[in-house]
Design a protein around this ligand. Structure first.
Ligand code: GDP
Ligand code: IMO
Ligand code: MG
Length: 434
């Protein structure tokens, strides 16, 4: 059976926590897009893990798969695996031979382009994600399987690296020789480093589609762990302030190599408010004491970059758009504990734009920037002992009204409500694997 979890907003909704929870059942956990721009947090018995490349589910002993739709920085992946081993986690991870490799020059170009783009910059994580996907689509990328073919890899680098150097030096006007970036454009140095990565990863490189489908045929439960969030999807999100992959459920088919009918459940993970790392408009943004409350109580600092996240009220037009795109069979609402102490609690139920009411987000970011949120207000809740919360009825009536309003508007039941970062701080109502 296949269950996909997808971020319903702008990333950091709590996907890591639920990938971990659902991998109590899942035997295989598959990342199908993105790379180490992701930062997925799991808190288990007070111990915190922050995962970037490695699927969160491996902490429970399942097999992690990095699918063909991902981009992989092998140095980062190996460091992450070593770090897990030091903490006693012997992660079993397979890497798709067809996944594309983030090269040193991709990281440099990511930074150089962000600096040059001005208002078009997305505030990327600087991990080289966009430039790697560009080379994939431009049919000049390095795939994981190339790391096992030193001669072919050299031939490719001899073509690609000078074009990248010319881009940086001649188009952006930045000299690389003699700087910290020099080695990123040195064919010999890059070749040596990446052939070595290939040697270290060799035994774990597989035809990932075949692997995942075979495991499903054998009756294993598979969790597809989305990264980023629906509004960061390259096709459906807030272009150009988004990431370079399909973060929506369709990405699981192409990025893992499984048929659509294998994905029985699609669970939208959403935070009870909104957070954002990066640039661009954000109609429900709170730059006041309510925002400070959400940042401090919710510890809203990026898992990957440590940046303070921007925050706002729950944006229903954004999540309605996500519910339609992914056809959520269920949702998970996280961090309702963070809203404690705010009164009233608001939800943006629609936008007003040029005298019209919109219940879904527009494609044009100039329009989105001009959208005025129309708010629905709810009574707040306070003084809750979240550690004592076990069942849904243990949370305050006001919080339940909020939860049920969102459920109605989104048109999918919440399978779980999360009341804190720890595995245990979870009210489970439905198990998507059953
Ligand atoms: P992901 O990228 O979707 O996996 O989310 P991140 O790990 O980047 O960010 C979510 C943050 O919220 C992490 O620090 C989690 O530990 C934390 N978190 C998850 N669920 C809850 C919750 O219900 N309440 C609170 N207070 N924190 C939560
Ligand atoms: P998880 O999986 C939140 C944002 C960046 C930037 C844009 C493009 O932890 O939810 P990129 O480096 O991908 O080219 O950056 O996307 N972004 C994320 N925001 N959570 C993430 O991942 C993100 N991954 C990328 O801030 O605006
Ligand atoms: Mg994150």
């Amino acid at each position: 059976m296949g269950v996909t979890i997808v971020g319903a907003q702008l990333g950091d909704e709590g996907k890591g926590k639920f990938a971990d929870i659902y991998s109590e059942t899942a035997d295989v956990i598959v990342r199908f897009q993105g790379g180490n721009n992701a930062g997925h947090t799991v808190v288990a018995n007070g111990e915190e893990f922050k995962l970037h490349h490695v699927p969160s589910g491996v902490l429970r002993g399942g097999t992690g798969v990095i699918g063909n739709g991902c981009v992989v920085d092998p140095g980062v992946l190996l460091e992450e695996l070593d770090g897990l081993e030091e903490r006693g986690v012997d992660a079993d991870v397979r890497i798709a031979e067809r996944a594309h490799v983030i090269m040193p020059y991709h990281r440099v170009i990511d930074g150089v382009e962000e600096d040059a783009k001005g208002d078009m910059a997305a505030g990327t994580t600087g991990r080289g994600i966009g430039p790697t996907y560009e080379d994939k689509v431009g049919r000049r990328g390095v795939r994981v399987l190339d790391l096992l073919k030193p001669d072919a890899l050299r031939e490719k680098l001899e073509y690609v690296v000078p074009t990248k150097r010319a881009l940086v030096e001649d188009v952006f006007g930045i000299e690389v020789n003699g700087t910290e970036h020099g080695e990123a454009f040195d064919v010999d140095a890059v070749h040596e480093e990446y052939v070595e990565y290939g040697e270290r990863l060799r035994d774990d490189i597989v035809n990932a589609s075949e692997y995942v489908n075979d495991r499903m045929d054998a009756g294993d439960a598979v969790l597809f762990e989305g990264a980023q969030g629906t509004s960061l999807d390259i096709d459906h999100g807030i272009y150009p302030y988004l990431t370079s992959s399909n973060t929506t459920v369709g990405g699981a088919c192409t990025g893992a190599g499984v048929g659509a009918t294998r994905l029985e459940e699609t669970v939208g993970i959403m935070k009870a408010y909104l957070s954002r790392v990066g640039t661009g408009p954000l109609p429900t943004e709170l730059e006041n004491d309510v925002g400070d409350h959400l940042v401090e109580v919710g510890n809203e600092y990026g898992t990957t970059t440590g940046r303070r996240r921007r925050v706002g009220w729950f944006d229903l037009p954004m999540v309605r758009h996500a519910a339609r795109l992914n056809d959520f069979t269920g949702g998970v609402l996280t961090s309702i504990d963070v809203l404690e102490g705010l009164d009233p609690v608001r939800v943006c139920e629609a936008y007003e734009l040029d005298g019209e009411t919109l219940d879904s987000m527009p494609a044009d970011m100039d329009d989105w920037a001009r959208c005025e949120p129309v708010y629905q207000e709810f009574d707040g809740w306070d003084g809750v002992d979240w550690d004592a919360v076990e069942t849904y009825d243990d949370i305050p009536k006001e919080a339940r009204e909020y939860v049920e309003y969102l459920e109605d508007e989104i048109g999918a039941p919440f399978y779980a409500v999360s009341v804190g970062p720890d595995r245990e701080q979870t009210i489970t109502r439905t198990d998507p694997f059953k």
